[in-house]
Write a protein that binds this ligand. Structure first.
Ligand code: ZN
Length: 356
């Protein structure tokens, strides 16, 4: 992008945004064609105009949409993902919201590649119920000697993880992404006969050291839901941004899991802006792509969180509820299949069959 946010003073930006918002409101009053998101929910002005490109049934998450000529002026500031940018005011309907300075991505952020923004798939109205197991992993490593029962439960040994992948490959399971699943739910994109989605929560360092080489070896990709603050602080327990960028280049998906893993229930809008949108923007600063999926920390959320994800134009979110049946309506409460420490390939084979 050739735009430099630093040459616009905050005052000018504020005036420009107010003017742009007034212009949009006037335009909305006159033009029914103003692009708002209406996919089965209350129309919401999109916080990111580049996501308002005309949805294409052939778009995949690797596609690079071209900017629509209908982009509104408010789009311009949000289209540039410079590491220093702050949250656009249009994200928050609350006039009292002040973007927190810590929304700025870490100064260690690499130069941002050209952002690719994806349009929400437009549902064709057909009701679909798809069975796709979304496996949920956390640690892929030997648990420490002093591990408590929770840590043991969350720790899958690399040899077991390899056995799971080997089983899935031999049984004909094809790895797909959450983007594929949403396309399938929205407009019937075809899925392989035995689809599986592999997810790993929290962003532990062993995901890079142990899971990543095995995923590549067995020909699977995975979605990593990461906590951005410990990564920003270079915590040794978590992956580094350099490692994550290497994994992105190898086809892995990275989506936010908040900054610090808080309970998101009964929180203010500003708190959600900080934890959810803030972590999403940090992920974007390092991957070059605005994330579209979220994992609720410890599976906890309330209606305000569900509404907020729509507000910031997310496509869906995964829970810790058990199950493998998905519908368009359930896209913000996708169920998963928990893989526990000690699960053999035979146990995973059984869990993959869960279905309804
Ligand atoms: Zn977690």
């Amino acid at each position: 992008m050739d735009r430099s946010p630093s040459d616009t003073s905050a005052g000018c930006l504020g005036i420009a945004l107010v003017a742009a918002i007034v212009a949009i409101l006037l335009l909305a009053a006159r033009s029914p064609g103003l692009r708002v998101r209406t996919a089965g929910h209350a129309a919401v002005l999109l916080p990111k105009a580049s996501s308002t490109v005309t949805p294409s049934p052939t778009t995949t998450h690797t596609a690079t949409p071209t900017a629509s000529p209908t982009n509104t002026p408010t789009a311009s500031p949000t289209a540039t993902q410079a590491p220093t940018r702050t949250v656009p005011p249009s994200v928050s309907p609350s006039p009292t919201h002040t973007p927190l300075p810590t929304h700025t991505p870490s100064p260690t952020a690499a130069p941002t590649p050209t952002p690719t923004s994806l349009p929400l798939p437009t549902p064709d109205g057909a009701e679909r119920e798809l069975i796709v197991p979304i496996l949920m992993y956390h640690y892929i490593s030997e648990p420490p000697n002093n591990a408590d029962e929770y840590r043991l439960d969350l720790s899958v040994r690399p040899a077991d993880f390899e056995a799971h992948l080997a089983y899935m490959r031999s049984a004909g399971y094809t790895g797909i992404s959450l983007y594929h699943l949403l396309d399938a739910l929205a407009w019937g994109r075809s899925l392989p006969e035995k689809p599986v989605i592999i997810t790993l929560d929290d962003g532990y360092r062993d995901n890079y050291e142990s899971a990543f080489p095995l995923l590549k070896e067995y020909g699977y990709t995975a979605t990593f839901f990461i906590l951005t603050e410990p990564i920003d602080h270079n915590s040794e327990r978590y992956m580094t941004w350099n490692q994550i960028e290497e994994m992105v280049a190898a086809g892995m998906d990275f989506e936010p899991h908040t900054k610090t893993h808080p309970d998101l229930r009964d929180r203010s809008h500003d708190f959600l802006v900080w934890q959810v949108l803030g972590s999403a923007q940090t992920v974007q600063a390092h991957t070059g792509r605005y994330p579209r999926f979220f994992a609720y920390p410890s599976g906890r959320y309330d209606d305000a969180v569900l509404e907020f994800l729509e507000e910031i134009n997310f496509w869906g979110a995964v829970t810790t509820w058990s199950g493998a049946v998905h519908t368009w309506e359930s896209r913000y409460q996708l169920r998963r299949v928990r893989v526990k420490g000690g699960d053999s390939a035979a146990v995973v084979a059984e869990k993959l069959q869960w279905g309804p």
